[in-house]
Ligand binder design. Structure first.
Ligand SMILES: [Zn+2]
Length: 443
């Protein structure tokens, strides 16, 4: 392994993640066994993103996520923790929530078995989202690849989008002749993959294999990796490996193994070595990630109370009246993260982003802030705010400053008791309904 910093050796945590199309269906039983033996010993990877793979019996359930393509393809994509030694846990990410609302997006994709999305908890580094991609050819691989990219967009707007490694056999390449009719589309697909917020590791790794001999791309600075042979002898690249920028900058090298190429599979495995210097900061974009941070800073009781109020807000959202044109929403929330004390706001979207009614917010230091300062019609009037203040202040154990143009706060713990919390919820439930009655014509 090569150190990325030649001047001052930085202490970091090493992890190697690769991709390999195992060519399961064209291999003999013995070759399949040898390939898995290779993954566990000589591949030199902690995690592999596999395609055209079948997982043999006997591998612990916590070490792989795999789905079959089914139909005429009894094999599929997988994410596998290769070495027993590494203390790695893998978990499938079934669905994600984005920063834009409570709607969840399935990660099974338009072609289940083609894409596997898994979270690897790497000691010393934290969670890395691993995505194995297979550009299934149904006449075209292009159409599959566009769907795969589209299906993955929400992941990159979720709390799992911070540190991602994506790799696989796309069956799409720009390591082809410049006059190929497919080239513009293939380039657009590779650009679409990068547009998710990914960096091609072959372009940034400090150490990398030689480019493809006589690469058909004809570029002066060819960055292609020799992972496949067209028609038996012309080298090309069908397999790709990307990471989000924060991980990519810690990539010390890329390896290709041509020893197993043509023997255990018709594709060569690519492995990227990372030396990660710090744990990723928690990315707060959804209620789960916020509550996790709240719990870490202010204790499990605060986290539980916050969870109850979030569950109330989502129930309230479901019960809101829906008009033909207007759909008020109370499920988007809003998060500020790049601050000392991250905050989560509860606001009624009347006509987002122009018209919003602010209610209250949580801080990770364990307070609930009443958003008097920003309250809109009909709670722009002091009498209306006074009513809310008085109702909150009458809740046993609650003492709220009477600052009707400010952001007075109470400890979240005041609301741990279910009866107390129910009274608090009722105040804001009434406020939301009053706002909708006054502001929205839902006829
Ligand atoms: Zn090239």
């Amino acid at each position: 392994m090569v150190d990325s910093n030649s001047e001052v050796p930085q202490q970091g945590t090493k992890v190697s993640i690769g991709t390999w199309n195992m060519d399961h269906w064209k291999r003999t039983v013995q070759q399949r066994m040898d390939a898995w033996e290779y993954l566990g010993s000589k591949a030199g990877a902690d995690i592999m993103l596999l395609q055209e793979s079948g997982v043999p019996a006997g591998i612990s359930r916590s070490r792989y996520v795999h789905r079959e393509l089914a139909g005429s393809r009894p094999w599929g994509s997988a994410v596998v923790a290769c070495s027993d030694a590494a203390d790695l846990e893998l978990k499938e990410i079934d669905a994600v929530r984005t920063r834009y609302g409570s709607t969840r997006f399935s990660m099974l994709g338009s072609t289940p078995g083609a894409v596997i999305v898994a979270r690897a908890d790497v000691p010393g580094i934290g969670p890395i989202t691993c995505i194995s991609v297979y550009g299934v050819i149904n006449v075209y691989a292009q159409t599959t690849m566009y769907r795969i990219v589209a299906d993955l967009i929400p992941l990159f707007d979720s709390s799992d989008g911070e540190r991602v490694v994506l790799g696989g056999d796309f069956n799409v390449t720009d390591a082809i002749r410049r006059d190929s009719v497919e080239l513009p589309r293939y380039r657009a697909i590779l650009n679409a993959v990068e547009s998710l917020g990914l960096v091609n590791l072959a372009r940034v790794a400090h150490e990398r294999p030689d480019p493809i001999p006589d690469c058909p791309c004809g570029e002066k600075h060819c960055y292609h990796l020799h992972t496949y042979n067209w028609g038996g002898n012309q080298g090309t690249q069908l397999d790709w490996l990307y990471a989000t920028p924060d991980l990519a900058k810690h990539c010390t090298g890329i390896r290709l193994d041509h020893e197993v190429f043509g023997k255990l599979s018709d594709h060569a495995p690519i492995v990227a070595d990372f030396n990660v210097v710090s744990e990723a900061p928690l990315r707060i974009v959804d209620p789960e990630s916020f509550v996790k941070e709240l719990g870490a800073r202010s204790g499990p009781e605060c986290a539980r109370t916050a969870d109850e109020l979030i569950a109330w807000a989502l129930r309230k959202h479901e019960s809101l009246p829906r008009g033909q044109r207007r759909m008020p929403a109370y499920d988007r929330f809003y998060f500020s993260t790049d601050v000392k004390d991250p905050q989560m706001w509860f606001q009624l979207d009347l006509n987002y982003p122009d018209d919003v009614q602010w209610t209250f917010s949580f801080t990770t230091s364990g307070t609930v802030r009443i958003q008097f300062r920003y309250m809109q019609e009909p709670f722009d009037l002091m009498e209306a705010r006074e009513r809310i203040w008085s109702e909150i202040n009458q809740i046993p154990g609650v003492d709220l400053d009477r600052r009707l143009t400010g952001l007075p706060s109470i400890p979240i713990q005041c609301l741990a008791n279910p009866e107390t919390r129910t009274r608090f919820e009722r105040v804001f439930s009434d406020m939301i309904e009053e706002t909708i009655r006054a502001r929205l014509n839902l006829e």
